[in-house]
Design a protein around this ligand. Structure first.
Ligand SMILES: NC(=O)c1ccc[n+]([C@@H]2O[C@H](COP(=O)([O-])OP(=O)(O)OC[C@H]3O[C@@H](n4cnc5c(N)ncnc54)[C@H](O)[C@@H]3O)[C@@H](O)[C@H]2O)c1
Length: 403
């Protein structure tokens, strides 16, 4: 089979990390770029060394020699664009979230089942050191039976988000900076459910009405009439346990890891903080400090650090490097990746390789569409619950891929 041709959709802040990884992958042929803003397309195309460029998504979908699209557009646009691509016969890699409604999730599953094409949601949490550590312990049976889990994504607006939303939304950025936190749930939900392989069956959620005077989370300004900057959800899982998810955009915390997980079983427990992680079991005397195993160290050079165009508050996250726990998994990555940057707690290189190899070999990708729905739907219903004063809502079962 020929190497696959991939078009990166959206030349924003996140895709700049992935263009070099697609370009360097030996199973990828041509990498092209699509961006609606012509000046941005020119600047980023020149900077990243991409010669084939598009300003219209429809032209990408019509191009017969493009096998796959990697969608890095704004978070609410993902499902419609992924559906268009699948219906046009393209494989899809999509940044999180997969969707903002349950209908979109059902439509994505239908489209993948109908077309047989590859769809992968690029869930960065799956390769976070803490999640890999938990998964290894889980698979070894060291947690025992699942009791309770916590997942959280804390990202205060002042921590590079004002700049990111201004870059993304232009002069009307406040309309979209108010995106409901629970509609971006997959980092935190997957921290628990990707380890236990369970699904959440019902959810109740409370919203924190924002009081900041920056005018972002205002019903009259927000495209979603959203005035919650923080949301907290309690969920029941189908393995008899419970979990708590926090999505906070107004919180007095910065630095360290913004996505964290905690998992308690009948035999063992893992607890992660922004800087620090402990493993313990019922029979241990005290806890083991596992932070050195999961703490990422930059593999970036000064030039790579400079080359990432994001607010300085986000640079560390975008160029995180690897942790000790990643090392044994690196052997499967292309040799060319050894000298390339890696970001979001070690995840970018693994996710890119997962998608490319899944398409090339016709395998189910790491975060397939059914998993994407399992991580995404709880947040959609959590947001709905918070609008109904914390009413318990049932979460549908999206099933699993047919073998
Ligand atoms: N850890 C993570 O998983 C993580 C981290 C950062 C961002 N993200 C996600 O990645 C996505 C991109 O984030 P970002 O910060 O780069 O966003 P961004 O807004 O900076 O960039 C999006 C770009 O897409 C372009 N675009 C919009 N519609 C388009 C279309 N139809 N065709 C072509 N281009 C189009 C926009 O003009 C913009 O330049 C977001 O959905 C975000 O949620 C995920």
């Amino acid at each position: 089979m020929k190497p696959i041709n991939v078009c990166i959709i959206g030349a924003g802040q996140f895709s700049q990390c992935f263009v070099p990884l697609y370009q360097a992958h030996p199973l990828v042929g041509e990498v092209s770029l699509c961006e609606v803003l012509p000046e941005r397309l020119k600047a980023e195309g020149d900077r990243l060394g991409v010669s084939r460029r598009f300003t219209r998504y429809a032209d990408v979908l019509a191009a017969r020699d493009i096998d796959a699209v990697a969608i890095f557009t704004q978070r609410w646009s993902h499902a419609p664009m992924a559906l268009e691509a699948l219906n046009a016969g393209k494989h899809v890699y999509c940044a999180v979230p997969a969707a903002t409604t349950l209908e979109e999730l059902h439509a994505l599953i239908d489209a993948v089942e109908r077309t047989g094409l590859t769809y992968m949601m690029g869930e960065t949490s799956l390769y976070y050191g803490s999640r890999l550590f938990m998964k290894e312990k889980w698979d070894a049976g060291a947690f025992g039976r699942f009791v309770y889990g916590e997942g959280e994504y804390y990202h205060d607006m002042t921590h590079g988000f004002y700049e990111a939303f201004q870059y993304s939304g232009g002069k009307d950025w406040k309309q979209t900076a108010s995106y409901p936190p629970m509609l971006y749930p997959t980092h935190s939900v997957s921290m628990v459910l990707s380890v236990t392989s369970a699904r959440a069956t019902k959810v109740a959620c409370l919203g924190y009405v924002d009081r900041h005077d920056d005018g972002v989370f205002r019903k009259e300004v927000s495209r979603w009439q959203n005035n919650f900057s923080n949301q907290t959800a309690l969920l029941q899982t189908n393995d008899g346990g419970a979990m708590r998810i926090n999505e906070f955009r107004r919180v007095g915390q910065s630095g360290g890891r913004s996505v964290r997980g905690r998992l308690y079983g009948t035999d063992g427990a893992f607890e992660e903080q922004t800087n620090g992680a402990l493993w313990t079991t019922r029979d241990m005397d005290g806890s083991e400090d596992v932070e050195p195993l999961i703490h990422c160290q930059g593999v970036h050079t000064h030039e790579q650090w400079e080359a990432i165009k994001v607010d300085v508050a986000l640079k560390g996250e975008f160029t995180s490097g690897f942790a000790e726990v990643h090392q044994k998994y690196r052997a499967r990555l292309p040799d060319a990746y050894r000298t390339l940057p890696n970001g979001h707690e070690g995840s970018h290189q693994f996710l890119t390789d997962d998608f490319v190899t899944a398409v090339y070999h016709g395998r189910l990708p790491t975060c397939h569409v059914w998993d994407a729905a399992r991580y995404n739907a709880p947040g959609i219903l959590a947001h709905a619950s918070s609008l109904r004063d914390g009413e318990w809502l049932d979460i549908p079962d999206f099933d699993s891929p047919t073998p």
